[in-house]
Design a protein around this ligand. Structure first.
Ligand SMILES: Nc1ncnc2c1ncn2[C@@H]1O[C@H](COP(=O)(O)OP(=O)(O)OP(=O)(O)O)[C@@H](O)[C@H]1O
Length: 237
């Protein structure tokens, strides 16, 4: 059969579909799941090619059960995915979350409340969230100021922003070995940015300066405008 423009279109559409699927699940718990499923399928395929009938029978039957189990376990992710699919079609709304975040940071800086906030990207920060308190609350400026109010049980440690949710607070981040001249809040921001792709924002209790750690580097103090520019592509919804 000759290769026609229909085949080319077919291949292109499938490639685009996979690309968007990957973008939807990248950075979520589901990405590890997809990797697991691919390994499972490869072992299954290899076992049937090699004629290992018992193993291939076992994997084949477990797959049917597993598919149902996955739908139940990943129900929140599936729902989120469908919601994001629906949203992707509408025009982009201005990011209310970004504005709330900037307003919260401005108030923290003005009042000299020390704060540490990691913006999760592709590297899942679940292991650090587990060291604190999971809140999974809608982000607002008032929530940020309340969280970092000195003396409250959750003000100590770092908070984690996942998408448009303030996911966890009071978390312990890894301390950086570098930059020994810095205090521990700034070293924790640097440390987390060394081991993940998170953007980590620090508000200094002493000076009110807002700095950003990314990829093991700490920025100089940033104005709100500079911060807005830096966070534009990162904070969604
Ligand atoms: N490993 C860590 N993970 C998360 N937060 C931490 C960690 N270590 C320290 N902190 C936070 O940093 C606070 C101490 O900040 P410290 O004054 O030592 O830092 P700093 O970098 O000098 O910041 P500041 O300019 O705000 O004083 C702690 O009360 C705690 O909230």
């Amino acid at each position: 059969m000759p290769f026609t423009w229909r085949d080319l279109l077919d291949i292109l559409l499938v490639a685009v579909l996979f690309y968007y699927l990957y973008r939807l699940i990248a950075g979520t718990r589901a990405l590890n799941l997809v990797r697991g499923v691919v390994v499972y399928l490869l072992v299954w395929l290899a076992s049937s090619l090699l004629g290992l009938s018992t193993l291939s029978w076992l994997l084949g039957n477990a797959a049917t059960l597993g598919a149902f189990a996955l739908i139940v376990v990943f129900q929140p992710e599936l729902r989120g995915l469908l919601e994001r699919l629906g949203r992707a079609q509408g025009p982009k709304a201005p990011s209310l979350v970004l504005e709330e975040l900037l307003l919260g940071l401005a108030r923290l800086a003005e009042r000299r409340y020390g704060a540490l906030l990691a913006l999760e990207r592709r590297t899942p920060l679940g292991e650090y969230a587990a060291t604190g308190e999971v809140l999974d609350a809608r982000l607002s400026a008032r929530l940020l100021v309340t969280l970092f109010y000195p003396g409250t049980p959750l003000h100590d440690g770092g908070a984690i922003l996942r998408g448009d949710r303030l996911f966890a607070a009071g978390c312990v981040f890894p301390l950086s070995e570098a930059q020994m001249g810095l205090g521990t809040r700034h070293r924790a921001a640097l440390g987390l940015s060394e081991v993940s792709d998170a953007l980590v924002i620090v508000v200094s209790e002493e000076t009110g300066a807002i700095r950003l750690a990314e990829g093991g580097r700490l920025s100089p103090p940033l104005s709100l405008e500079a911060l807005r520019e830096r966070l534009k592509g990162v904070v969604h919804a």
